[in-house]
Design a protein around this ligand. Structure first.
Ligand code: SAH
Ligand code: SF4
Ligand code: F3S
Length: 465
């Protein structure tokens, strides 16, 4: 069903040939450093980019300034994300003066924005390569062209998007993996630029997803997160998302998660999966964006506050301990004080474990960019502060309620704060720090929760019989 999106095998062979020629190119960069901005989609894409660069004979370099090739995988969902990307790139101009052989590449969503690639070409001539999200798989071809011509290459395709199977990849983690199940978005929420830069919705074939998950399970991966802008509209080989989830669960991965889920089509079948699937973690990111119906309608979210709360009730009746997280936008064009208070009351009603909160950012080309926006910035800032304060009280209460529990934790990292401590997440997604050895990273251990802080828990490892 998705044939029109799938990149042909012959094109991949062509790209492998370009990669071989880059590998043999005299004076090519020996090392690369990727800076990833934005969401998990970009994180996953960066793993593929790293795989392609490794295939061209380059090694990862942890220190950005030392790398022979620096690549920015950019985000443009809000203006500050874009400014951060541009600020970073401008800074590289100085480095390029010192080391003219340095290659600077910019990819990702910002490159895909209307007019942006041309703007970058004109304003930042020291950038060697600009490429988009729809032609990422052609990186070997573009890099060869840069090396041969020593001239900047700017290649961004306007496209509905593609699916590329079988690209090389360098996974960032040996124990926790993102697996794309679909790309793009058709929802056109009125504030959002993602559908414009990521193209139309397209799902990977179910079997391709299952094969990838099976390989990961065989390699000992402990956690798989299925990724899509709107996983509920996954359509791979005629089957629905809940069915895919069931099949991945049956592969026996210890922990299964997914994101993101749009409330408008969260199905009863998916809700039921929380009661049935052994490995599906009791945690759901369900972006609400706003608590007022007029604002939800202007956002083109296609659900009401009442419908959203009904979904939350259904989820909690199937899985009482489910942890919910969300995204909220404050200061959408025309939002009144009363409408904002509806968001606060919804947050009080749902009691999220945590929330990502954003001040509305105008994105050129979206519907909302045309809407009159009369709320002064200081009022928007004051609103978001009230929202953050409310959510942080709720988060703290929920964390405090975890004290005394015994949980299985997937150890992810060394604790940044305390030497000799490690940290990881509970099934519900709460971060716990506890004393332990670094060799436990990547393993599941049992932990008793001893105390709660603002955003994290503290505990100690236990052995149970
Ligand atoms: N596909 C995901 C969201 C991707 S963007 C979903 O729909 O759930 C992540 C979050 O960024 C969104 O949920 C929204 O809260 C926020 N966001 C998107 N566009 C924005 C804008 N123009 N201004 C402020 N926040 C925005
Ligand atoms: Fe953006 Fe809405 Fe699509 Fe999410 S569902 S990516 S917020 S348009
Ligand atoms: Fe993600 Fe930002 Fe692109 S949120 S899809 S990286 S615009």
């Amino acid at each position: 069903m998705n044939e029109r999106f799938i990149v042909s095998e012959s094109e991949l062979v062509r790209q492998r040939e370009f990669a071989a020629r880059v590998r043999q190119f005299p004076d090519r960069p020996q090392t690369f450093h990727i800076v990833t901005m934005g969401c998990q989609m970009n994180e996953r894409d960066s793993e593929t980019i790293a795989g392609m660069l490794a295939g061209m004979g380059m090694r990862p370099e942890a220190v950005r300034e030392k790398a022979g090739l620096i690549l920015y995988n950019t985000c443009c969902v809000r203006e500050n994300a874009e400014n951060r990307a541009l600020g970073n790139v401008i800074w590289l101009k100085e480095l390029k003066k010192e080391r003219p052989e340095l290659l600077i590449c910019v990819g990702g969503c910002m490159a895909q924005e209307a007019g942006m690639a041309e703007r970058m070409k004109a304003m930042y001539p020291f950038i060697d390569l600009v490429f988009g999200t729809h032609n990422m798989h052609r990186l070997p071809e573009y890099l060869l062209r840069v090396l041969e011509s020593r001239h900047p290459v700017v290649e961004v395709l306007e496209s509905d998007g593609v699916i590329v199977e079988g690209l090389p990849q360098e996974r960032a983690s040996a124990f926790s993996a993102f697996v794309n199940i679909m790309y793009g978005c058709n929802n056109f929420c009125s504030y959002c630029i993602v559908p414009y830069v990521r193209g139309r919705e397209r799902s990977r074939e179910r079997q391709s997803v299952l094969d990838e998950c099976k390989r990961l399970v065989d390699q000992g991966v402990q956690e798989i997160t299925l990724l899509g802008q709107n996983v509920n509209s996954y359509r791979g080989g005629g089957s629905e998302f809940a069915e895919l989830l069931r099949r991945v669960d049956a592969l026996g991965v210890p922990r299964l998660r997914f994101m993101t889920s749009h409330p408008k089509d969260l199905s009863d079948e998916l809700i039921a999966a929380y009661g049935e699937l052994e490995h599906l973690m009791p945690n759901l990111h369900l972006p609400v964006q706003a608590g007022n119906n007029a604002i939800l309608q202007a956002m083109n979210r296609r659900y009401t506050r009442e419908r959203y709360l009904e979904l939350v009730n259904k989820l909690r009746s199937v899985k009482p301990e489910i942890g919910l997280t969300t995204d909220i936008i404050v200061g959408f064009p025309g939002e009144t004080e009363e409408q904002f208070e509806d968001t606060l009351s919804l947050v009080r009603a749902v009691r999220y474990d945590s929330a990502f909160t954003f001040i509305y950012s105008k994105r050129a080309g979206t519907k909302a960019a045309q809407m009159p926006d009369n709320t002064p910035e200081p009022v928007k800032s004051e609103r978001i502060q009230r929202l953050i304060a409310l959510q942080s009280d709720i988060s703290r209460e929920i964390l405090t309620a975890q004290v005394g529990r015994r949980e299985t934790v997937l150890v992810e990292s060394l604790s940044a704060r305390d030497e000799g401590w490690i940290g990881g997440k509970t099934p519900r997604g709460h971060m716990v720090n506890f004393p332990g050895k670094p060799d436990l990273i990547g393993q599941l251990v049992r932990v008793e929760i001893l105390s709660a802080g603002r955003n994290t828990l503290r505990g100690k490892m236990i052995t149970e019989v």
